[in-house]
Design a protein around this ligand. Structure first.
Ligand code: ADP
Length: 307
């Protein structure tokens, strides 16, 4: 009988410019590792990291609570979380814990849930961090690759990225507000102009076409958002310079990763990714901000760690 399962889930970038709340991409920059162990009755969280340990306030805890209830499971569960994805930087940290947990829970209790059900439960955990349920990060982190999230009813479409797609992520060393996602959702305009919506729609459509055609240039060139990025960029010190520098250094497209403050540049394996990373660092330095840069590629999603 299985009494313990460990799953590792990757970081992810949401939106990819014009695909706000719809697009997600799993990236191999960081991983969370979650071990679920059956216990007598309660849900407990064990972690060395600075995240909530009350199950209601932790995305992994909330996933376990919701799944236990739905499947009428009486056992308790110990959730051991090792954070690799920095929390609150727009790299899908809370989502990675939720994604690893959902896959581990499915295996531990032999539920054999389909992809949409896994994503739905993982998304329900996001309420603990963002205050609202959103599926873009969890869908990418659970399933891997590029995802398109359709809602009402939830239906996730997954596409394998081109093998030469590369990203460079710059994670600025700044203090992020506790409810960052909520704050950065608050600055988004409630109404948008039709011309702006047309611009974003055309670029979003081209991004999907780029993934279908395995054309990294088409993807990168279409990472253009005239609605959310202009409203949020003031929250990131030096954003305009980081973006300008990365483009000059050869990046195809640059945008805010999720709700930020990380900035992500898209490129191809043939490009000089180190140069792009340095250019982004210099952009942050111009605003007296240090950053960590990571060159990465798409990840295949959450996988069981068999030791
Ligand atoms: P991101 O998901 O991009 O890291 P969020 O702002 O959505 O950013 O989530 C980070 C917030 O979620 C933090 O304030 C953190 O306390 C909370 N949180 C709850 N559970 C977790 C978890 N398991 N891992 C990381 N952060 C979590």
């Amino acid at each position: 009988m299985v009494s313990k399962v460990t799953v590792k889930a990757p970081s992810s970038t949401a939106n990819l410019g014009p695909g706000f709340d719809v697009f997600g991409l799993a990236i191999d920059a960081f991983y969370d590792t979650v071990t679920l162990t059956k216990t007598k009755s309660r849900i407990t969280i064990v972690t060395k990291d600075n995240i909530p340990t009350n199950p209601e306030n932790n995305t992994a805890g909330l996933v376990v609570k919701n799944m236990k209830k739905k499947f009428k499971i009486k056992d308790g569960v110990e959730i051991r979380i090792e954070k690799g994805v920095p929390a609150g930087f727009g790299m899908g940290s809370s989502a990675a814990s939720a994604a690893a947990t959902v896959v581990a829970f499915d295996k531990l209790f032999r539920l054999k849930l389909d992809d949409n059900a896994l994503v739905e439960f993982a998304g329900s955990g996001e309420k603990a961090s963002a205050g609202t349920i959103h599926y873009d990060n969890v869908a990418a982190s659970v399933l891997g690759g590029f995802v398109i999230v359709k809602t009402n009813p939830l239906d996730v479409i997954r596409i394998d990225p081109p093998i030469n797609l590369r990203m460079c992520v710059a994670v600025p060393k700044i203090d992020v507000p506790k409810k960052k996602t909520k704050v950065s959702r608050g600055v988004i305009p409630k109404n948008v102009k039709l011309v702006d919506s047309i611009s974003n729609l055309s670029n979003a459509a081209a991004i999907v076409a780029g993934f279908m055609k395995k054309d990294s240039e088409m993807i990168g060139n279409s990472i253009k958002d005239v609605i959310v990025e202009p409203a949020r960029q003031h929250m990131i010190p030096g954003f305009a310079k980081v973006k300008e520098n990365a483009i000059k250094a050869g990046a195809l497209g640059v945008t805010i990763s999720g709700a930020g403050p990380s900035v992500i540049a898209f490129s191809k394996s043939s490009a000089d990714l180190k140069k792009i990373g340095l250019a982004m660092s210099r952009g942050f330095t111009s605003a007296n901000t240090k950053c960590q840069t990571i060159i990465c590629k798409p990840s295949k999603g959450a996988i069981e760690n068999r030791k």
